[in-house]
Design a protein around this ligand. Structure first.
Ligand code: ADP
Length: 321
């Protein structure tokens, strides 16, 4: 289910003192089953961009195609498109309004002309996938924790069975545990449902472990669109636009700088450990064994919850996969 954006431009309040070009010549292809991180500093155009993907906003110029069909064609149903491209807004829990969790999740599918049984099945399945157990389905959404509320709100969109799921800053305002829980769930949903997922974040650290591709937005343009590895190679340039690579990337760069010729293109702690071990196995006998062992020990202690800089980075992202 591909989405193609072809030279999309968007200007807010054109012709007024508040005119602002939020998107500049964006050309992108989102392929079926992609798991994409859309990253950028606040104001870089992420929210504007995702609202073009499901037709909520109309490009000032340029085209958007869903499965090859021009969504701006006068016969194209944007209503149908919005069912296929589910958008979870920032702080979606603010839109919970029903008296029970189940009723809230059923609200969307109940308006699709499905039988009550189908609606129930979709709602239960969506709640299971976001990790909301049976004991909570009759609770008021307002009795839940922040993380639970957000997962219920995501279930409401999932119950529509979208082909593409776009989540705008799904971890915003959550504590590290709630953040990891949501991201792990989203990764599992991507696996299970084989749907395209776009995860919007201002944090590289959050998405590096999960996504296959990162699109970096800067000032309304796409700065990079590549694998996490290839994007994080530009960590100095990323810093210049207010972003940072995952801490483990910096740790490996530092080791490299100190004369350990390890692969520095790693994005997770597990990859870092493998990179150091690979080096050690190759060079362990040449007199640097002691230094390598120290490095190795550090990485192992981090996996066990130690206090190395890498451990901090990985703990925040929910442990190595
Ligand atoms: P992000 O999601 O990356 O924070 P946005 O898409 O919200 O970025 O914003 C992109 C740019 O458009 C910013 O400069 C922002 O100030 C501007 N913008 C966003 N919404 C509006 C609006 N309703 N009216 C005018 N300018 C806006």
């Amino acid at each position: 289910m591909s989405i193609i954006l072809d030279k999309v431009n968007y200007v807010y309040s054109p012709g007024t003192a508040y005119e602002k070009q939020a998107l500049k010549d964006i050309s992108l292809v989102l392929e079926d089953g992609d798991f994409i991180g859309l990253i950028g500093h606040t104001g870089s155009g992420k929210s504007t961009l995702i609202q073009h993907m499901n037709g909520l906003m109309r490009a000032t110029s340029g085209g958007v195609y869903y499965n090859g069909a021009d969504i701006y064609d006068k016969d194209y149903s944007l209503r149908e498109l919005r069912k296929k491209v589910g958008l979870v807004f920032q702080y979606p829990e603010h839109q919970l309004f029903e008296t029970t969790v189940l009723a809230d999740v059923k609200f969307g599918p109940a308006n699709l002309g499905l039988t009550p049984l189908e609606v129930d099945l979709r709602a239960y399945e969506a709640l299971r996938q976001v990790g909301i157990g049976d004991e909570l389905i009759d609770a008021s959404p307002f009795e839940l924790s922040g993380g639970q509320k957000r997962r219920v709100a995501i279930a409401g969109v999932l119950a529509m069975q979208p082909e593409v799921l776009i989540l705008d800053e799904p971890t915003a305002g959550l504590d590290p545990r709630g953040r990891d829980e949501i991201l792990d769930r989203i990764a599992a949903i991507h696996e299970e449902r084989h749907i395209t997922v776009v995860l919007v974040s201002h944090s590289m650290e959050d998405v590096a472990k999960y996504v296959d591709r990162i699109i970096v937005m800067n000032g309304g343009s796409v700065a990079w669109n590549d694998t996490p590895r290839n994007v994080f190679r530009h960590y100095r340039e990323l810093e210049a636009i207010g972003l940072a690579a995952p801490q483990v990337t910096y740790a490996l760069q530092a080791l490299h700088g100190r004369g350990l010729p390890v692969d520095t293109d790693v994005t997770t702690v597990r990859e870092a450990r493998d990179a150091v071990l690979a080096w050690y196995q190759k060079n362990g006998r040449n007199g640097l064994r002691a230094e390598a062992a120290g490095v190795q020990g550090k990485l192992y202690s981090e996996e066990a919850g130690g206090d190395s800089p890498c451990a901090g980075a990985e703990k925040r992202r929910g442990g190595a996969r």
